[in-house]
Design a protein around this ligand. Sequence first.
Ligand SMILES: *[C@@H]1O[C@H](CO)[C@@H](O)[C@H](O)[C@H]1NC(C)=O
Ligand SMILES: *[C@@H]1O[C@H](CO)[C@@H](O)[C@H](O)[C@H]1NC(C)=O
Ligand SMILES: [Cu+2]
Length: 180
Amino acid sequence: MAFIEKAVFFLMMMMTAFQVSHAAVHKVGDSAGWTIIGNIDYKKWAATKNFQVGDTIIFEYNAKFHNVMRVTHAMYKSCNASSPLTTMSTGNDTIKITNYGHHFFLCGIPGHCQAGQKVDINVVKVSAAAAPSPTSAMASPVPPANVPAPSPNNAAPFIVVKGAGIALMTLLALALSSYA
Ligand SMILES: *[C@@H]1O[C@H](CO)[C@@H](O)[C@H](O)[C@H]1NC(C)=O
Ligand SMILES: *[C@@H]1O[C@H](CO)[C@@H](O)[C@H](O)[C@H]1NC(C)=O
Ligand SMILES: [Cu+2]
């Protein structure tokens, strides 16, 4: 049964990585919101957050004076608002983060991005420090330090950890294939 134990332990590691944080809501600029007043440093704001897949980003602003454009990295860098990927303009726009990586936003009103109204929401993988890539995470035999030592008794509570059955099946398949 050593194989099954390995598979279960691997699953636990994966689940730990996926369940670390519950979905959070991040209001861009906190109480100041999305604005050019007060020279908000959105880079600094973003640096204090731990963005995760499943989190929600809220842009709150006066829709008469601002908007929110999702743009590419190049457009973000150069404050080019000529062809945004998406544009939002309700004054209370929410974005659900569904994937890892950088998510670039700027205000498309002329001059605002240049004045600093731009933000890079960088969503890093939870296990990034321990495992730089999914491939090495799979291959690594060494568990992250914060994962409790496995014992057969952990298997039972693990089963009831809340999570979709589909995800479990997928992870099990992954675990099995990586140990096959
Ligand atoms: C802005 O981006 C568009 C589309 O990518 C490009 O055609 C245009 O030359 C850019 N403008 C500037 C000023 O870089
Ligand atoms: C913005 O929307 C969120 C829900 O998406 C709501 O909780 C919040 O009160 C709204 N804020 C304003 C100013 O309408
Ligand atoms: Cu603006």
